[in-house]
Write a protein that binds this ligand. Sequence first.
Ligand code: SAM
Length: 270
Amino acid sequence: MKDEVYLYNQARWESLTKADAVFTRPNLDFDKESAREHLGLDRMGITIDITGKNVLCLASGGGQQSAAFAILGANVSVLDISQTQLERDKAAAEHYKVEINTFHGDMRDLSCFEDHSFDIVWHPYSLTFVPDSRVVFREVSRTIKPGGMYHLMCANPFFAGLSHEDWNGEGYVIKNPYKDETLTSYPDQDWVYDRSKSIEAIPIIKEYTQTLSRIMNGLINEKFVLAYFSEIKSNYPGDLPGSWGHFTDVAPPWLDFLWYYHPNFSIGHK
Ligand SMILES: C[S@@+](CC[C@H](N)C(=O)[O-])C[C@H]1O[C@@H](n2cnc3c(N)ncnc32)[C@H](O)[C@@H]1O
């Protein structure tokens, strides 16, 4: 169903592709080593051979993750709401002379995929673009194989809606209530696209907070078991208060999870 959320996300991302935003630039310089590095496989302790694995790059268009998995030998499917993002995946695949399958759609509806088809679901930053993450988790659990791996990178809910521009001379002021589906917005960072070159107005960021308990319990209820967790922050020594670098050191903006789908796992209270 193309609801308001769908149409908004689609319009914003189509317009970000026109502005050549950083997330929309395909990576055309991978070799096997830098592909592993880009995905962070070694950092997360993922040592399995990716060759022949069925990988779903979820809401992951743009020609970065799909290309990295494909040159590591995976069978890659990528689903995204932006047709232009998917074109960038195709362009990257062509560049590397590898095959990938692209699917145009919404991460909340994975009905184009059979039950239990993927060994790996790789989900970069996008969860907060939809109001209820549990709908997405239900679809991931339906389409992933038992024993399969789900990588989720998402916004750190404690700092949702906060940006370096919230510096008030002493700290970064949190203003939004900490509750599920709080609609937040903040300006696109300077590094996201070159403002001097963007010709049309880009719809503002609209994100929906997912509390940590909704994320964790949402996945636990779908029978996922946590294998890796980290807060992603930058460290730019010397960056001044009120800058992006300083902000991310004080308030890590992203979380990184690795979950395994174990439908028969039980700790006895369910
Ligand atoms: C920050 S990008 C992440 C992927 C990108 N490859 C990267 O590495 O930055 C977010 C992606 O989510 C997609 N997206 C936004 N809302 C979506 C939705 N409801 N369903 C599927 N994809 C969505 C956007 O089109 C965009 O390609």
